[in-house]
Write a protein that binds this ligand. Sequence first.
Ligand code: FAD
Ligand code: FES
Length: 287
Amino acid sequence: MFKILDKVELCPKIFRFRIEASKIVSKALPGQFVILRQNERGERVPMSIGGLDKENGILTVVIQEVGKTSASMNQMKTGDSFLDVVGPLGLPTHSENFGRCVCIGGGVGIPPIYPIAQGLKAAGNKVETIIGARTKDLLIYQEELTEASDILHIATDDGSFGTHGFVTTILEKLCEDGTPIDFIMCVGPVPMMRAVAEATRAKKIKTWCSLNPIMVDGTGMCGACRVTVGGNTKFACVDGPDFDAHEVDFGEMTSRLKMYHSQEKVAYDRFLEHKGDCKCQQASSDE
Ligand SMILES: Cc1cc2nc3c(=O)[nH]c(=O)nc-3n(C[C@H](O)[C@H](O)[C@H](O)COP(=O)(O)OP(=O)(O)OC[C@H]3O[C@@H](n4cnc5c(N)ncnc54)[C@H](O)[C@@H]3O)c2cc1C
Ligand code: FES
């Protein structure tokens, strides 16, 4: 069992969990992920590592409610435990000394950018981070990323904080400021990562992204996380989740993410109707 040491609401429907997981934390590196299962009947869901407290063996994950399982997990409280936390999974983000690096995060892609920025900084890079949200109230991890980055840039779609526009509005300015960018790492919604890739393709700036396709086993056996990168089939759970953003077939990835939308909607509606009090989410010990 993996105990929740504290749970904090970062903004509506997004919660930060700090979980006791010393063995995982001792081995984990920035850019990797874990698979969580709430209880015996729970679905296995992948979550990025949003912080590693190596000294105290504490893992941070940030969960956004988008469907049944994430809603159910976000009802857990400090002191509750996850039945399983499997990891660290996937390959870590490249953390060598590139020179000038830009880390870009959007939505729940912002927390994983935090350990990635820390890793790039520790490798001797100059790290500039760009985070974006629809509006000011949805911005998260500002304090952490201020500490981890040399400069933190913020964009909001509605202009309520920072630059009015998208992360790419800021990225385009940084690309033109006269100092070459050596490496870009982005994590966030697929349209954001696709836009970042398009903004840097012609300039040939090394741009990597962290993909979040549907995953089941997380060990390369089931094929659920299949993505096409540079014309080749890759499994994001073992070959990624990071890939060269200029090579990713984002169109295919978008359509594969929509594959189960109708079933997901039914499950979420049923969960909301029962206010989370349905047997399918209760551990057998609770029944
Ligand atoms: C490597 C990786 C890291 C991730 N990190 C985070 C994170 O840090 N925070 C966070 O909130 N979410 C993260 N996700 C997405 C998260 O796993 C899904 O949102 C979650 O599984 C949704 O489950 P659900 O039952 O609540 O929603 P569902 O109703 O099942 O689905 C809602 C949406 O989530 C997607 N989804 C569903 N099941 C999976 C699955 N097994 N794997 C991936 N996507 C799925 C669906 O395509 C759909 O768009 C990550 C996904 C991957 C692959
Ligand atoms: S999740 Fe099964 S192969 Fe990647």
